[in-house]
Design a protein around this ligand. Structure first.
Ligand code: HEM
Length: 428
């Protein structure tokens, strides 16, 4: 499909075959990015691993991320940090149970996700569930996500960049300014204490690279990398868990099946560990089904053509934006039976995985731009969901029936539930 959105030429690719052609055959030419005006206005686009073109600088940052953050060894080493945050989620939900309060699932998992990433990055928990001081940080990140997720006319009519008619660039500068100040403060503090207080987190590893006789990273690169990791993780993980909880509440039998698998594997009062995930095929099937039915990045992150490319007799012009519509192939009845139904069982019977090899199912993308955070997201989504269902039973707020849960979608930075899911934990 060819669309002209303002001045911007856009190609939409909606079949697995064409997704493979774009992301595998022409990966080299079709893997650039257009920097949104909001990110340009705060000078993030140029330094962001998610928005720079595929060049040596991008390769360097992806390599450092892989080695210092997402390698098996690093993820295993930071596991205890995530366990602590899961325990806090458990305690918060348990408190709601005792008080008979409903839990806003997206908000609770957003807090856990933010803490998980901030403590993995620099050993700081930013967003306590109840403390006022943490609200400011949560508020800043939330608003940054909102600014980035707002459709901006200036992206389609460049002349509007200078007018900023929706005030998005103005708001973005304000909230990014606050976030930059927080990150700079953390970097300064760590540089001062370095050598006296050894920490085992990503910031320590990045500062080691910065302080080498021939630095591998600049301070500015560190700041933007930390920012990318926040932006990549804080919305995607909570949205996925919220969709899963909504499907479970609409399908109580499937929730019971997942709960009983958890009881069998970790015991009735056991605590889930990341190493348990491989023993939980039904839970894994649930998470895959959620990624299929409710992909949080339904068009991936838009790609850009570096040069004209001819596919099936059509030209994808240089600089065109390419949207890979994974939402469409996930709902295609020629590929999936009853595609609109929540049926985790379909993934028990087939070997589909989201490692970018099966183009019918690429919620994390494929090829060189594929999500670098997949391994972390895989762990966190499973254990967060398991914590919510293994320790508690859930009921909906007064008068609401499972089939009445509003499942409409809203697209900002991710495709999330338009109406936040609230549910009451009732026992454990
Ligand atoms: C449910 C969780 C997640 C999903 C579904 C997801 C999905 C995606 C998708 C579809 C892309 C774009 C692929 C493309 O353009 O072809 C992407 C890129 C990216 N993701 Fe994720 N992601 C998730 C979690 C995370 C986490 C936890 C992090 C980091 C902590 C992260 C960091 C990034 C970054 C930095 C990029 C840009 C990569 C680049 O352009 O080179 N993501 N993700």
């Amino acid at each position: 499909m060819y669309l002209k959105l303002g001045y911007r030429e856009t190609i939409v690719v909606s079949s697995p075959e064409l997704a493979k052609t774009v992301l595998q055959k022409y990966d080299q030419t079709l893997s650039s990015r257009t920097v949104p005006v909001t990110l340009e206005s705060v000078k993030h686009g140029k330094f962001s691993v998610a928005f720079m073109p595929v060049d040596n600088q991008w390769r360097k940052l992806r390599r450092i991320l892989k080695e210092q953050m997402f390698s098996l060894q690093r993820l295993d080493a930071s596991q205890s940090i995530r366990e602590e945050n899961l325990h806090k989620l458990y305690e918060y939900v348990n408190q709601c149970r005792v008080n008979g309060h409903a839990v806003d699932i997206a908000e609770a998992t957003f807090t856990t996700s933010l803490n998980t990433i901030s403590s993995t990055l620099f050993s700081v928990d930013f967003a306590d569930f109840n403390s006022d001081s943490s609200h400011e940080f949560k508020d800043v990140v939330w608003n940054v996500m909102k600014c980035i997720g707002s459709p901006n006319l200036a992206d389609y009519f460049p002349v509007l960049k200078y007018v900023d008619p929706q005030g998005i660039s103005r708001r973005t500068k304000f909230y990014f300014g606050k976030l930059y100040a927080i990150l700079d403060g953390i970097i300064d503090q760590r540089l001062k204490s370095k050598g006296t207080l050894e920490k085992n987190d990503l910031l320590e590893a990045l500062l080691d690279l910065y302080q080498k006789p021939e630095p591998e990273l600049s301070r500015n690169e560190i700041r933007h990398m930390l920012l990318d990791l926040f932006l990549g993780s804080t919305d995607t993980v909570p949205s996925t868990v919220e969709w899963a909880m909504a499907e479970f509440l609409r399908n109580p039998k499937k929730m019971s099946k997942a709960k009983s698998e958890l009881s069998d594997v970790i015991g009735e009062h056991g605590v889930i560990q990341e190493s348990d995930i491989s023993k939980l095929p039904y839970l894994q099937a649930v998470v895959k089904e959620i990624h299929r039915l409710h992909p949080v990045a339904p068009l991936l992150v838009p790609h850009k053509a570096e040069a004209d490319v001819e596919i099936n007799g059509y030209i994808i012009p240089k600089n065109a934006q390419i949207l890979v519509n994974t939402w469409a192939s996930s709902r295609d009845s020629n590929i999936w039976s009853s595609p609109d139904s929540f049926k985790p069982e379909r993934f028990l019977a087939c070997k589909f995985d989201y490692n970018g090899q099966d183009f019918k199912f690429i919620p994390f993308g494929s090829g060189r731009r594929m999500c670098p955070g997949l391994a972390l997201a895989h762990r966190v989504v499973h254990v967060m969901l398991a914590t919510l269902i293994h320790n508690f039973d859930w009921r909906l707020e007064e008068g609401l029936k499972p089939e009445e849960i509003d499942m409409s979608e809203k697209f900002t930075t991710t495709l999330h539930k338009a109406i936040p899911l609230k549910a009451i934990p009732i026992k454990f």
